[in-house]
Write a protein that binds this ligand. Structure first.
Ligand code: PMP
Length: 285
């Protein structure tokens, strides 16, 4: 069962208008919330990020934080599997015509669509993944989790065609992020990642990795990272709610470091897994 505009319906019964502005313009924002043992992880933070995305596109939030939490928990409850990836989006609704300016008095479209949570396999974690790189040709508001995902579609397809899992992006000689992940580098035992700005999505996993590093005394710097640093890094990782901490062992066909999953990727992933089992699965955060 998924949730669409006030009702819980089967996916095959979920219908929206062909003139929904989400369809016509990608005029909306979204979230993806990982759920472990039926506990949504950092739900308040996801709802706050959704609220920030909505505010940035001038779309009134149709629900209070408490209402969102209630709806999401209800969707989670209605599935027959425990670990979930809850996708939700809010669009500017169906204005009945194709006109760019905001329509007046139109109800937003709210969709909450859960799926089974698929995280990298143990084999993938142990071997790491390959990535390509590309110029970051997205817009200058990458902090908004916008439904306009054509760049992500094109870059992830280019990666897939080359047997790669992600595309690492650079803008003006600096690392921004992955097509659908944040990116960290390691050099001489020190982790570094770009600061939050309008050029990257403020990842919930990014926040957690930084917190875990600080809590466990692992050296980590939040600072601009150059393309040259990425290309000469000892380790390179991607982080996201579904990929967790996943090492990139080859970039554009060139080995990263010694081409194997590095010690800090292993350490941070171990800390992440411990946190997941002891905190997230118990619904403690
Ligand atoms: N950057 C981009 C562009 C993304 O699409 C994502 C995942 N949706 C992330 C970073 C990671 O965010 P999170 O850790 O909240 O999944």
């Amino acid at each position: 069962m998924l949730y669409l505009n006030g009702q819980f319906v089967r996916p095959e019964d979920a219908k929206i208008s062909a003139l929904d502005r989400g369809c016509l313009f990608g005029d909306g924002v979204y979230e993806v919330i990982p759920v472990y043992s039926r506990h949504p992880f950092r739900l308040d933070e996801h709802i706050a990020r959704l609220d920030a995305s909505l505010a940035s596109i001038g779309l009134a939030n149709p629900h209070t934080a408490a209402e969102w939490a209630g709806l999401i928990r209800e969707v989670v409850r209605r599935q027959d599997y425990d670990d979930q990836s809850v996708y939700l989006h809010v669009t500017r609704g169906n204005a009945g015509e194709r006109d760019f300016p905001f329509p007046e008095g139109v109800a937003p479209t709210v969709l909450i669509n859960p799926a089974r949570l698929v995280t990298p396999s143990a084999a993938q974690k142990a071997a790491g993944v390959r990535a390509i790189s590309h110029a970051d040709f997205r817009w200058l508001r990458c902090d908004i989790k916008s439904l306009n995902l054509l760049p992500t579609v094109l870059l992830r397809e280019a990666a897939r065609r080359q047997g790669c899992a992600e595309c690492v992006m650079f803008r003006d000689g600096m690392l921004s992020e992955g097509a659908a992940s944040n990116v960290f580098v390691v050099k001489d035992g020190v982790i570094a990642c770009p600061p939050k700005s309008h050029l990257i999505l403020p990842g919930i996993t990014y926040d957690l990795v930084i917190e875990l590093a600080q809590r466990h005394g692992v050296p980590l710097q939040v600072r601009p990272v150059s393309e040259a640093e990425v290309r000469s890094a000892d380790e390179l990782w991607m982080t996201s709610s579904t990929k967790e901490v996943l090492a990139i062992v080859e970039l554009d066909g060139v080995a990263v470091g010694d081409g194997r999953v590095g010690p800090l990727a292993q350490r941070m992933d171990a800390l992440y897994q411990d946190f997941k089992n002891q905190i997230m699965r118990q619904g403690k955060e």
